[in-house]
Ligand binder design. Structure first.
Ligand code: CU
Length: 111
């Protein structure tokens, strides 16, 4: 049990180190975007036309998805502490943020 906890702690530390990078080579190709404290992952995210689903990681400070720019304006989410939020996207580049946490921004490139 103790060794499992240590492994978990090491994994969390590794992920945290990755997230601190601002390298433009970061990003992903996932139709599921995690809403973390206080960042979105992956971002930038490259996906096909269609639906993406934001999934709140818990425990959550409470976050929302509010669209900023893009070829269409999907509805915004409520501020939530758990759950999921779907959005249907057209081709183009979308930007969004959480209105509560400065710097909690995301980009989705829809191809
Ligand atoms: Cu937030």
């Amino acid at each position: 049990m103790r060794s499992q906890l240590l492994l978990l702690a090491a994994g969390v530390a590794f992920v945290a180190a990755c997230k601190s990078s601002t390298s433009p080579s970061g990003g992903g190709h996932s139709t599921t975007i995690s809403v973390e404290n206080n960042f979105f992952s992956p971002t930038p995210d490259t996906v096909p036309v269609g639906q993406v689903t934001f999934t709140w990681a818990t425990p959550s400070n409470g976050h929302n998805v509010t669209w900023l720019t893009g070829p269409t304006t999907p509805g915004n989410s409520q501020t939530m502490q758990s759950g999921t939020f779907p959005a249907t996207l057209q081709a183009g580049t979308y930007t969004y943020h959480c209105t509560i946490h400065a710097g909690m921004n995301g980009t989705i490139v829809v191809q």
